[in-house]
Design a protein around this ligand. Structure first.
Ligand SMILES: O=c1ccn([C@@H]2O[C@H](COP(=O)(O)O)[C@@H](O)[C@H]2O)c(=O)[nH]1
Length: 225
């Protein structure tokens, strides 16, 4: 089985991001480049990292706009041949359908359901009553009906989503090895727990990138899987 860990390269400097990717590349299955990286380095930065590390690239852009705008943005990144791209499920069914239709045939489009940095109280403050579990399952249904490949959710919900969407592709961030600081993440589980519950991709950032020895941290996480 291939390594399910995608390292989140949330670093502002291109050289530092490339160095980190090269250091741990043998112990992760792919690299996740987010909004911070894309706004700073654009297409050029993505191609730089992809050519150097020769690993699948996950573009975590969390697109969320009217359908026409999201579809155009998706077309504009097709030349980068990302393995995975994110959109927000709350953008609605038509937006997700158009995003999927505009994506390259080898790109998985997955919908962010509820950010792992949020809990039930945060949800209530946005006017949505109920549990994260119910909210995630509802948006997973919508993403499924829109023809997406899967969703992004926390490891606390992935088991339940997996039961109702057997062949879905599930991306799980907010992962923390036992004893690691949660930081701004509120719905955390260990990488092993998420994998056992059906995660397809394990997104891990700071537990590796901010470790004193990132290579040792990546190896230690790999050994738990
Ligand atoms: O719900 C979500 C969606 C995306 N993310 C992204 O994953 C990484 C997590 O980084 P850590 O340092 O391991 O916390 C980061 O790039 C987020 O933008 C998420 O955390 N939660």
């Amino acid at each position: 089985m291939s390594n399910p860990v995608y390292l989140a390269l949330d670093l502002p400097q291109l050289d530092a991001a490339r160095d980190l990717a090269m250091k741990v590349r043998a112990h992760v299955g792919g690299l996740k480049l987010g909004l911070e990286f894309f706004c700073a380095h654009g297409h050029h930065g993505v191609l730089d990292i992809a050519h150097a590390a020769k690993l699948p690239i996950f573009l975590d852009l969390k697109l969320h706009d009217i359908p026409n705008t999201v579809a155009s943005a998706m077309q504009a990144i097709n030349t980068l041949e990302p393995a995975i791209v994110t959109v927000h499920a709350s953008g609605g069914r038509a937006m997700m359908e158009d995003a999927k239709a505009a994506a390259g045939e080898n790109t998985r489009v997955v919908a962010v359901t509820m950010l792992t940095s949020l809990d039930e109280r945060d949800l209530a403050r946005t006017g949505i009553e109920g549990s994260p579990h119910d909210h995630v399952l509802r948006l997973a249904d919508l993403a499924h009906d829109a023809g997406l490949d899967g969703i992004v959710c926390s490891g606390q919900e992935v088991g339940a989503v997996h039961k109702q969407w057997k062949d879905g592709f599930f991306v799980v961030p907010g992962l923390r090895p036992a004893g690691a600081a949660a930081g701004d993440q509120k719905r955390t589980v260990t990488p092993r727990s998420a994998r056992d519950d059906g995660a397809s991709v394990l997104v891990i950032g700071r537990p590796i990138s901010r470790a004193e020895d990132p290579l040792a941290a990546a190896r230690a996480i790999e050994a738990t899987l």
